[in-house]
Design a protein around this ligand. Structure first.
Ligand SMILES: Nc1ncnc2c1ncn2[C@@H]1O[C@H](COP(=O)(O)OP(=O)(O)OP(=O)(O)O)[C@@H](O)[C@H]1O
Ligand SMILES: [Mg+2]
Length: 425
């Protein structure tokens, strides 16, 4: 096993193509320049942009500088986040770290951009150093960057997706792994120069670790009053988890598997108006028990991020609060149901019951029935608030009253940070 491992960033740890290519395209369109074919465009990921604009778009140095300025106009606010940790990278880095290796990043990206990506995507905690050019010297040689964080290159390997990485390793006196899943266009002769080649992250894991480490699952539930935006934001949560490198599984409650879906239709049937609150609460707990057993627990064991639209907190809030069975009582009913399988994170879209009512009944004034509804929802709201206050380590509270776009932005800003802070990813 190597003691020091230096990773390239773009195309090696993260698949940054989406944001980089969209921002290059944006710059070229603003300049009125033709956009190269996709095979050429993908070569922009990784090497310094000025050179690529000159090489692939026949620009002068001044035009290329303007291209870089326009690129940043889109990349800085939006493009850097259109990035994805390659699945398998996170458990690999975690396991290498556990075994005492020292991990570094050496990238041609500016230090500021590199740190922003590494922090947002929660990779910083695995790293012992980041080598990136300072703003004054944008074309720092990669070999120098390697040596700046890892001066003793005995027992060191550089992992990268372009020939530049392999050459830098050689100059710095380190071994190299050429990864073929990134953006480099390798010739057989170039690949010969690398100590190893890895077609996939699994192959890279075999080289560095001798095994493919398992990912640890993350369980996220989405909660809040009716109309708070759970279903609207669900796919955004899924995208964020996929960008963090996870395989995802979306589910919902009540339901999620065949027995639980049957219980769901029992619960929702208008023919069962005489159902007591206790029966209702126990049926929800029974539905949950099967859902955990059949769907949630196996997916978590397989290392997935499970995203569940409503879970135990909905029972506690609606039956415990809304139906006045008591928060404690309904929590107890659910202990057997969840079987210790509690969410790691509960994203709570906070809205008040009046906003919930307005979203559900559009603009019309609530009638007598809806007024009765209002009291039920006020109790439910209070129970949700109690749960959020009592479980600050699990609840990520977002302001659900803002526009859909604002809620998405808050989610993007806060969810990865919450997961990192709590040591969940
Ligand atoms: N931030 C928002 N601002 C305004 N309207 C919203 C917002 N988020 C969702 N909506 C609208 O409110 C309604 C309910 O949204 P959604 O279905 O996502 O809520 P939900 O939490 O899943 O509700 P339920 O608990 O009933 O399933 C939809 O019409 C949706 O378009
Ligand atoms: Mg919904």
């Amino acid at each position: 096993m190597y003691r020091n491992i230096v990773f390239d960033l773009d195309g090696t740890l993260t698949d940054s193509g989406r944001g980089i290519l969209a921002s290059v395209t944006y710059a070229l369109e603003k300049l009125g320049a033709p956009v190269p074919a996709p095979e050429t465009l993908r070569l922009f990921v990784g090497p310094p942009l000025t050179g690529s604009f000159m090489k692939y778009c026949c620009m002068t140095e001044a035009q290329a500088a303007e291209g870089v300025r326009l690129f940043r106009e889109r990349y800085v606010p939006i493009g850097w986040r259109e990035n994805r940790v390659y699945p398998g990278i996170r458990p690999l880095m975690r396991e290498l770290k556990n075994r005492g290796c020292r991990l570094y990043v050496a990238t041609g990206k500016s230090r500021e951009s590199a740190l922003r990506v590494l922090e947002y995507f929660g990779l910083m905690s695995y790293l012992d150093g980041v080598a990136a050019p300072d703003p004054k010297e944008m074309h720092a040689e990669k070999a120098k960057l390697i040596l700046s964080v890892c001066p003793d290159t005995a027992d060191t390997v550089m992992v990268g997706d372009t020939m530049g990485d392999v050459e830098a390793a050689e100059t710095a006196g380190a071994d190299s792994v050429a990864v073929l899943y990134g953006y480099g266009a390798w010739t057989e002769a170039q690949l010969e120069k690398a100590t190893f080649r890895a077609d996939t992250v699994a192959a890279l894991s075999m080289i560095l670790l001798g095994e493919v480490p398992a990912e640890k699952g993350v369980f996220l539930s989405l909660e809040g009053l009716d109309g708070c935006g759970k279903t609207t934001q669900r796919d955004r949560v899924k995208e964020i988890m996929e960008d963090l490198g996870y395989e995802t599984l979306l589910s919902r409650e009540p339901g999620g598997c065949s027995i639980s879906e049957e219980i769901r239709s029992l619960l929702l049937s208008v023919a069962h108006g005489e159902m007591t609150p206790t029966t209702e609460a126990l049926l929800y707990a029974a539905s949950r028990a099967q859902h955990v057993h059949d769907v949630i627990a196996p997916a978590l064991r397989a290392g997935k991020a499970v995203i569940c639209d409503r879970f135990v907190d909905s029972s506690v809030a609606y039956q415990g609060g809304g139906r006045s069975l008591g928060v404690e009582t309904v929590s107890q009913y659910n202990e057997a149901g969840v079987h210790g399988c509690m969410p790691d994170v509960t994203v709570y879209f906070r809205i008040d019951h009046e906003t919930s009512l307005r979203r559900r009944y559009s603009a019309s004034a609530p009638d007598r029935m809806e007024q009765a509804d209002a009291a039920f929802f006020a109790r439910t709201e209070r129970a949700f608030e109690q749960l959020a206050a009592e479980n600050p380590n699990r609840f990520l509270v977002l302001d659900g009253r803002r526009t859909k776009e604002e809620v998405t932005a808050e989610l993007q800003e806060k969810l990865p940070a919450f997961l990192t802070e709590k040591g969940l990813i």
